[in-house]
Design a protein around this ligand. Structure first.
Ligand code: AMP
Ligand code: MN
Ligand code: MN
Ligand code: MN
Length: 272
């Protein structure tokens, strides 16, 4: 049973609506997907309802991707099978969205000060329900011709250390893993291959992370080998997904190109 366990929708910084994600997942013959938007589960209900109405046998795992900062690096933690209807989660998510809005406004201000004339309305019009991400700012920078690509927007303005950057308010790694567990979920370290400081993996293991995402579109073969080895030694589950944001990469959408066989993950298989 082939699952892509890392998919974004336009409820965070993806381009596809939940319906478009599901249509594409079915077209790509996947058995299931996990919807893992940044800091929110708002797209999940629509996705599940639409998917049920189609009745094509696709399975949807409710998920989320939280972003933490640890040792000066972005550490992303995926939560699977979380209680997406939880009040506590809705409260946390609303707080994160509000702080993202403030941060977005600060970033726009910083950019304005260096002569980049983008407006908050332009950024907000791309974002759903106030979940403002750097991706939305990057898209406006491309649209207005300040940069040629999203990558360039990050490299010149939006990455940590660049002139438009403002740190996000976020729970720390330990809290995040606990939050996911308290929501009945499974916590997985996202794209650990991208971490500069690999001791962060050990830190997550010491704080009860359940698994690591070994398969990811940005992982090189040596990253995967390294991560599989860590998973085996530490008795972690191994997951994989595309991290599809709905952009065309080399002429195709990433959805379903990076995946895992859920039969190999008994604690997940048992829950579907
Ligand atoms: P934020 O959550 O607002 O800090 O924005 C981070 C998001 O920006 C990530 O989830 C990625 O989707 C996107 N992102 C970060 N770096 C890059 C990059 N170099 N190129 C394209 N997208 C990026
Ligand atoms: Mn993203
Ligand atoms: Mn991520
Ligand atoms: Mn992601």
């Amino acid at each position: 049973m082939i699952f892509d366990l890392h998919v974004h929708t336009n409820y965070s910084d993806g381009l596809f609506t939940p319906k478009e994600v599901i249509d594409l997942a079915i077209k790509k013959n996947l058995d299931g997907i996990a919807i893992t938007d940044h800091d929110t589960v708002d797209g999940i209900e629509t996705a599940i309802k639409y998917n049920n109405s189609l009745n094509k046998g696709l399975y949807i795992i409710p998920g989320i991707e939280f972003g933490c900062i640890h040792l000066n690096e972005e550490v992303h933690i995926l939560g699977y099978f979380i209680d997406y209807k939880s009040r506590e989660l809705a409260n946390l998510s609303n707080k994160l969205k509000e702080s993202r809005l403030n941060r977005g406004l600060k970033m726009i201000n910083k950019l304005n000060h260096i002569g980049i004339k983008i407006k908050k309305e332009e950024v907000k019009s791309l974002a759903n329900e106030n979940l403002i991400s750097r991706s939305h700012i990057a898209r406006v920078l491309v649209q207005k011709g300040y940069v040629k690509s999203i990558e360039e927007a990050f490299n010149l303005y939006l990455n940590r250390g660049q002139p438009g950057y403002v740190e996000k308010v976020a729970p720390n790694v330990k809290m995040t893993i606990n939050i996911i567990h308290n929501l009945g979920g499974i916590a997985v370290l996202a794209h650990p291959g991208l971490l500069k400081n690999k001791t962060i993996i050990k830190y997550c293991i010491n704080n009860n992370i359940d698994g690591i995402e070994a398969i990811h579109w940005k992982h090189k073969p040596e990253d995967i080998r390294y991560l599989l080895n860590i998973a085996e030694k530490n008795n972690l589950i191994i997951t994989g997904g595309s991290d599809c944001h709905g952009r065309l990469i080399n002429g195709d959408y990433l959805l379903g190109k990076y995946y895992i066989n859920i039969n190999n993950i008994p604690i997940m298989k048992g829950r579907i």
